[in-house]
Design a protein around this ligand. Structure first.
Ligand SMILES: Cc1ncc(COP(=O)(O)O)c(C=O)c1O
Length: 394
């Protein structure tokens, strides 16, 4: 028997923030049989090439190359563009964005975020520009696009490369324009936790065809031909089995999107009247990537802070995530890095919570989680007849 708290039954199994979307096994099996018959497991085989072509079309980008993961795609983008010196970025991101900069030997410099989009704030970017800055990496956090126009303008004015991390923004469009079309290059992550995935994988969209060959060399040990290694490269190839999974995830993705839209709508309905809780939504003209269900908690109005809510939900076996906390700028490796005043990023890191988001959760699951959050609010406000103080402290 699952525990019942406030009349709401705990889930029988732990509910994590996401659950990978899997296409019907038989569909992948057919592709695996093709791979077995061909004995071609890697090195840009037919599954890889087909996925690359289909994703180029799906994402509406001029050029796309695939990689073994998004982190290497980003690192290789920086290497291919010859970025050295300082790279302006956001601390409110997954560690990989900043690690990619550091692993290329460049120096991350942290800018603050816009309080509405939670993406890098162009005003902070302008404040942090000096002669050593070579590039800007913006992250489309939770699928909400950065202010691409302002960033493009700044990059152009100062001769900087502009790269976007669109790990959260697969399929997002901004006023009808595909998200991968902005800046010099855009990275996508195809990790299992993402809506579209290849178990592990990544892609880089770009418009300058001159970049293509360099990227291809860098992801394959710099090998130009059987008797020439043209440059120092690494191994960042997406293999045939990853590509086979990706092709079938892509073919069945719309069913998952439809389910996730219902989950998201159920959260919005269930939480719209809860004081101090705001469901983070993409703005006007932006298609929802449906990758995350994010709430922002105003402690004074809700009555509990984010960490207390995060801890309390575990009693019902709901394991939400505090993405992105701590800020990358607080990691020991980056504490010495130059930074602007990070007031908005610090606030977001304290107030934001990612709720479970996957199709199998269903609208019913999301409604139940919303009820838990409503109940906690009533309880801390003393409206349930129980103690006004939560029993858990973060
Ligand atoms: C914002 C962001 N950037 C980069 C990555 C890294 O991508 P990958 O896991 O494909 O290396 C992730 C997530 O995994 C992410 O959320």
């Amino acid at each position: 028997m699952s525990a019942t708290i406030g009349g709401i039954e705990a889930f029988a199994e732990p509910i994590y923030v996401t659950r990978p979307f899997l296409p019907p096994f038989e569909r992948v099996e057919g592709r695996l049989r093709e791979i077995w018959a061909s004995r071609r497991l890697s090195n840009m085989g037919p599954q890889h090439d087909l996925l690359q072509a289909e994703l180029t079309r799906h994402l509406g980008v001029p050029e796309l190359r695939l990689f073994s993961n998004g982190t290497l795609a980003l690192q290789i983008a920086l290497l291919a563009m010859g970025i050295t010196g300082k790279v302006l970025t956001t601390p409110f991101t997954f560690s990989a964005t900043v690690h990619a900069i550091a692993l290329c030997g460049a120096e991350p410099v942290f800018c603050d975020v816009d309080p509405h989009t939670l993406c890098i704030d162009p005003r902070s970017v302008e404040r942090m520009i000096d002669d050593d800055v070579a590039a800007i990496i913006g992250v489309h956090v939770y699928g909400t696009p950065c202010d691409v126009d302002a960033l493009s303008h700044i990059a152009k004015a100062h001769g900087l490369k502009l790269i976007f991390d669109a790990a959260h923004a697969f399929g997002t469009t901004l006023q009808g324009r595909p998200i991968g079309k902005f800046g010099d290059a855009t990275m996508f992550s195809f990790h299992a936790t993402k809506l579209f995935h290849t178990a592990e994988g990544g892609g880089l969209a770009f418009s300058d065809p001159a970049l293509a060959h360099k990227l291809e060399l860098l992801r394959n040990f710099g090998i130009e031909s059987e008797d020439e290694v043209a440059l120092v490269g690494t191994n960042a190839k997406l293999n045939e089995i990853q590509a086979a999974i990706g092709l079938e995830v892509l073919a069945t993705l719309e069913s998952e999107r439809a389910l996730r839209a219902e989950v998201k709508a159920a959260y919005v309905r269930g939480l719209q009247d809860t004081p101090g809780i705001r469901v983070v939504q993409p703005g006007a003209g932006i298609s929802d990537s449906l990758q995350y269900a994010v709430i922002r908690i105003d402690e004074a109005e809700f009555g509990m802070n984010r960490d207390a809510l995060w801890a309390a939900l575990k009693d019902w076996k709901v394991f939400s995530r505090r993405y992105f906390f701590p800020l990358c700028s607080d990691f020991p490796s980056y504490r010495a890095c130059q930074r602007d005043n990070l007031e908005q990023a610090e606030l977001a890191a304290r107030e934001v919570l990612c709720l479970p988001m996957f199709g199998d959760l269903g609208a019913r699951g999301a409604e139940r989680i919303a009820q838990m959050i409503q109940y906690l609010h009533r309880r801390v406000r003393g409206a349930t007849g129980q103690s006004s103080m939560p029993s858990y402290t973060p």
